[in-house]
Design a protein around this ligand. Structure first.
Ligand code: GDP
Ligand code: CA
Length: 316
């Protein structure tokens, strides 16, 4: 049996997790746990949103809108129009009707006293998602962006409203130093044969998970930790992760992100780094860091290529 733990953000993490699920399904008696970033979570119009949890859930359930890239397939925006008419919520942030059903269910359960972990377990029950999904923590440690102009804002406002165009100087998860990993996270890592860092945004998706006290130590005790690059040919595939990387002084290069995670032998996390064929010339630099480079096609464009990316990570 192969026990796999994946650390993941939203859409990129969801795709990769689909690939891992497909790859493991060929292998007999597999078990996968995905630990999802909750730094993107926020309160809006009285409901709790968990963008990355929902991206992973909808993708694993086959309910995601693959055209638009986020939210539920076939969603409508009637309630959103009403919210806008009332001047409630954020005019630049769309809440789909089906999506609001998820948010209402989640918020109701939270108000009844369930923990975030219990809520995520309930959300996981509706469809056969084939993977155990855990939030990184039960605490509210929403990501904030500190701006060069001096103020700060919730990550979601910076990302969605301002399209990452306001220069950031740092990303913070207030209160994370007092947070603990969600029940089951450390246990899953302790029992894993391999831990995979999805090709998610290293700063605002994987970063908050690694910031939860205890997670890094658990990874150092894991038998094998493999990272997968979200950079192909020196650019981030989708999104604006390069702005986040620049803010923390990391170049948008595969070898630089590998060095950011660091080699296990040098006090970092990685045993191996799966990097794109387009970046093969950087493999010696990764090797020089003490991380085993594995060069593979990293485009997750359909089910077959996505499974191949996961397979490369599992075999690394
Ligand atoms: P978000 O929370 O929805 O922004 O999603 P994640 O943080 O999980 O993933 C975003 C990252 O996924 C981006 O920075 C991309 O570089 C990466 N990504 C998206 N599509 C692909 C792909 O096809 N291949 C690889 N290797 N990375 C991808
Ligand atoms: Ca996210």
């Amino acid at each position: 049996m192969t026990r796999v733990v994946i650390l993941a953000g939203g859409v990129g993490g969801a795709k990769f997790t689909l690939g891992v699920r497909a790859a493991l399904a060929r292998g007999g008696d597999p078990e996968a746990t995905v630990v999802v970033n909750t730094g993107d979570d926020l309160w809006l119009s009285g409901v709790r949103l968990q963008p990355d949890i929902d991206s992973v859930l909808y993708a694993l359930a086959g309910q995601n809108d693959t055209q638009r890239g986020w939210g539920r397939a076939g969603d409508t925006e009637r309630v959103n129009a009403e919210l806008q008419a009332w001047g409630a919520g954020w005019p630049w942030f769309t809440l789909g009707d089906l999506d609001l059903g998820t948010h209402l269910a989640r918020t109701g359960w939270l108000r009844e006293g369930l923990s975030v972990t219990e809520v995520v377990a309930r959300l996981s029950r509706r469809w056969p998602i084939g993977v155990r999904m855990l939030p990184m923590t039960d605490s509210e440690v929403d990501t904030h962006v500190l701006l060069a102009r001096g103020d700060r804002m919730h990550f979601q406002e910076w990302w969605t409203r301002h399209r990452a165009a306001l220069a950031p100087v740092a990303f913070e998860n207030p209160g994370v130093q007092d947070a603990v990993p969600a029940p089951g996270v450390l246990e899953a890592i302790a029992e894993a044969d391999v831990v995979l860092l999805a090709p998610s945004n290293p700063v605002v998706s994987i970063g908050p998970i690694l910031a939860v006290p205890g997670v890094r130590d658990a990874l150092r005790r894991a038998p094998r930790v493999v990272g997968v690059a979200g950079i192909i040919g020196g650019t981030v595939v989708r999104g604006m992760a390069d702005v986040c990387l620049s803010a923390i002084g990391v170049d948008t290069r595969s070898d630089a992100v590998a060095a950011h995670y660091g080699a296990r032998t040098a006090g970092g996390l990685l045993d191996a780094w799966v990097m794109a064929e387009e970046d093969a010339a950087l493999a010696p630099a990764v090797q020089a860091c003490g991380i085993h480079p594995v060069v593979a096609p990293l485009w997750m464009t359909d089910a077959a290529t996505t499974e191949a990316v996961a397979q490369a990570a599992l075999q690394a």
